[in-house]
Design a protein around this ligand. Structure first.
Ligand code: EPZ
Length: 432
């Protein structure tokens, strides 16, 4: 539990190495279970969700060592095939363990993941796909009891290109008997990263990055060495912070083909970009950001939903009117009300948000309701006049490694005040 204290008005500028991507790392960590000997993963982001996932691997009986950003994971001693409520409640992406564990065991039990602040987050597409591949699923007291004799390759037609469902099917199909074809598969860069990792472990997988992914199951997957690609959403976050504060920024590590939709919107706001080297992106924002356009979020390569809160934050300071339509999650505008407390002019109506740019924002005490909401409020606070207090650092720490140090390194005035739990505080006062 912690609170960010931000003194706004300083430029976010300079050069920054983007860290490894959360949404690439999490499915890849689950996939390690499929390897019957050692895996080495480099460039892991040291964020709460990754550290928690490493703990889950340890709970399942895997040998896990973490040195810096490099993890060595040996799943040959896998013992447990149950993922409990406490774990899944803390981190819903642990549903990705289901596909990987079923690749190693005939029976797996996992608690039903709940929704979160941005929506109900159902897993019906995951489960329907698994049943088509021969998995029997019984639900009792919110626990999914999954059994399979063998895993049968199948044609999986996804009604929506769900990232998680695509990933879970890839994990299950990697060791199926026969061929699995995923139609209307998600095309996100994180899918491509997972496919490359599975291939490094010996999987026969083709078509990642397109809407049709073919997986020819193999009987065994071996260890591999892999480096987690840079986080396109962290990169977009820093671009927004720099653009809102008038800073010139160099970002290292991003892949050009992943940034198209985000850079297109920022260019329309008046930002200039240059790819100085294959992975060095330069950005210079205009004196005054401008808007007067509509953004519609959608599956890759459309504008990413994870960047929607950050772009809303930026548009509060862009001259003009803008509409954002959030088509992926049903409740992802929680940052709107908090930004209004800082002087923004935002009206929410269903899946649409209408933003009318204002001259400036002022500091305020605000609350992060989820990961990207918290990041959006940090960007606004860095650009606002005066001091802001942002509660809920635990959400931001799920997806950004020490973001307060990163923004300080780039010129921001920001610190994190750790809030000790009351009982801890009492203990400390007692012993002082
Ligand atoms: C992944 O979530 C990411 N999380 C999300 O990032 C990201 O916003 C999302 O993909 C979309 O890009 C991780 O990779 C850990 P979906 P996921 O399945 O897999 C509905 C962040 O901030 N749906 O593509 O859960 C679902 O309700 C996080 O880093 C079903 O209806 O996304 C949602 O409306 C937030 N049934 C839509 O599809 C299902 O079985 C997109 O979900 C599955 C999904």
């Amino acid at each position: 539990m912690g609170t960010y204290i931000v003194q706004g008005g300083r430029r976010i500028e300079g050069e920054f190495q983007v860290r490894g991507g959360k949404n690439s790392a999490l499915p890849i960590l689950s996939a390690c279970i499929l390897a019957e000997d050692e895996v080495v993963l480099e460039n892991l982001p040291l964020i709460r969700d990754v550290l928690q996932t490493l703990d889950i691997l340890r709970e399942l009986g895997c040998k896990v060592t973490l040195t810096g950003r490099t993890a060595v994971i040996d799943s040959s001693f896998l013992q447990k095939t149950e993922v409990g409520n406490e774990t899944v409640r803390k981190m819903r992406s642990s549903i990705l363990f289901l596909g990987a564990l079923l690749g190693r065991a005939k029976q797996v039990k996992i608690s039903y993941p709940g929704g979160c602040a941005i929506g109900s987050r159902p897993i019906d597409l995951h489960l329907a796909s698994f049943q088509r591949m021969g998995v029997e699923i019984q639900e009792e007291n919110c626990v999914l009891d999954c059994k399979r004799e063998k895993i049968a390759g199948a044609v999986i037609q996804l009604p929506f290109p769900s990232v998680g469902a695509t990933e879970n099917v890839m994990l299950l199909a990697a060791k199926a008997e026969g061929v699995t074809m995923i139609r209307n598969a998600a095309r996100e860069p994180e899918i491509v990263a997972l496919a490359r990792f599975l291939r490094a472990m010996g999987a026969e997988i083709y078509g990642e990055g397109t809407g049709s992914i073919l997986v020819e199951g193999v009987s065994r997957l071996h260890g591999a060495y892999y480096s987690i690609p840079a986080d396109r959403i962290e990169g977009g976050t820093f671009l927004c912070a720099a653009a809102m504060t008038g800073g010139e920024l160099f970002l290292r590590g991003l892949e050009r083909e992943q940034m198209g939709a985000v850079l297109e919107v920022l260019r329309t706001c008046g930002c200039r970009f240059l790819w100085e080297e294959s992975d060095l992106l330069w950005m210079k924002p205009p004196k005054e950001l401008k808007s007067d356009f509509t953004i519609v979020t959608g599956p890759f390569p459309a504008f990413p939903t994870d960047m929607q809160p950050l772009m809303m934050s930026l548009l509060t300071l862009a001259k003009g009117n803008c509409m954002i339509s959030e088509t992926v999650f049903e409740a992802r505008f929680s940052q709107g009300a908090e930004l209004c407390r800082m002087g923004a002019d935002i009206r929410i109506s269903g899946e649409n948000a209408y933003i009318c740019g204002v001259k400036s924002l002022h500091g305020a005490e605000v609350f992060a309701h989820d990961l990207r909401c918290g990041a959006a409020l940090l960007c606004a606070a860095l650009a606002a006049e005066g001091e802001s207090i942002i509660h809920g650092s635990e959400y931001v720490e799920r997806g950004y490694e020490k973001i307060e140090d990163a923004f300080s390194f780039l010129g921001g005035n920001i610190r994190l005040r750790e809030e000790r739990k009351p009982y801890v505080q009492k203990e400390i006062e007692k012993n002082e």
